[in-house]
Design a protein around this ligand. Structure first.
Ligand code: ATP
Ligand code: MG
Length: 263
């Protein structure tokens, strides 16, 4: 054995090889986020399809530099203002959102007064329960589940069921990582839809009222911070201006330009 080398039974630190590799990996954050999602599949929170949807998001995150850009900051300000000014706001949670951002979604619900409603693309009662328990673990209360008593009439299959006290009567819905069909159907009922979607070209991004082009992990954390600053001052002129002056098309254009030009 060379002088100074450790015998195999005495490693220099208790980090696993995988962790040591991650420490120096340029995509460290991205890989840690991916791990959370894989854990979500293992614990029955996230569907396998959710992994693929996440992969699509990762590619766009890579292109925007894996950081919150100015177009996202502007959308976050408008989104928080809209939630605070809403009469019946709701936060819709799916399997990917739960695996990646439960703690901050619960905090956002507390700060804005918007109730959490579980709504899945690939519905199963077991997954709804697993997500509910996961949210409760982070302090979530009064969580709404989809119910056969209320439907979005333009959708077919289980995706049309919503909660009669939640999405069915909401004026503003925050629904990160939504699918295009459901986003369009919710908009068609006259509701404001706020989304988080790393692809500014998706149907969801285009059809929503406000689109935050950012990773859900970063975006919801920032929303909580902004909402905490503004809670109780809903008529603050700056907050009202953030909402009134918001230009959805301009923000999407800026996001698309960033993707295409790298600027
Ligand atoms: P649409 O149905 O809106 O046209 P799509 O069919 O291309 O979109 P879906 O699979 O329905 O995509 O939804 C996944 C969307 O969520 C993708 O646009 C993807 O970029 C985005 N996404 C995935 N993971 C994240 C994440 N962690 N943060 C933000 N957005 C994400
Ligand atoms: Mg889709």
């Amino acid at each position: 054995m060379a002088e100074g080398a450790n015998p195999a039974s005495q490693p220099e630190s208790d980090q696993t090889d995988a962790e040591t590799t991650l420490d120096s990996h340029p995509r460290r954050e991205s890989l840690l986020i991916r791990e959370r999602l894989v854990e979500g599949v293992r614990s029955g929170i996230t569907s396998e399809h959710g992994l693929i949807a996440h992969g699509r998001g990762e590619a766009f995150d890579y292109l925007i530099g894996e950081r919150t850009r100015e177009f996202a900051e502007t959308a976050i300000r408008a989104a928080v203002g809209t939630l605070l000014l809403a009469e019946r706001p709701i936060i819709s949670v799916n399997g990917n959102a739960a695996a990646l951002a439960s703690r901050d979604l619960v905090r956002l619900s507390e700060v804005t007064g918007a109730r959490l409603e579980i709504n899945l693309f690939h519905h199963s009662e077991e997954r709804v329960s697993a997500i509910e328990q996961h949210l409760v673990k982070f302090g979530g209360t009064n969580i709404l589940r989809p119910s056969k008593d209320a439907v979005i009439s333009t959708l077919s299959t289980d995706r049309r069921y919503v909660n009669p006290e939640g999405i069915a009567i909401a004026d503003v819905i925050f629904v990160p990582l939504e699918d295009g069909d459901r986003c369009a159907a919710l908009r068609a009922t006259g509701k404001s839809v706020i989304t988080v979607d790393l692809n500014p070209l998706s149907r969801t991004s285009r059809d929503a009222s406000i689109t935050i082009v950012d990773n859900i992990v970063r975006a919801v954390r920032r929303m909580v911070k902004r909402a905490t600053e503004l809670r109780g001052v809903e008529n603050d002129p700056l907050l009202v201006a953030d909402v009134k002056q918001y230009d959805h098309a301009e923000i999407l254009q800026a996001a698309e330009k960033a993707l295409r030009t790298g600027l």
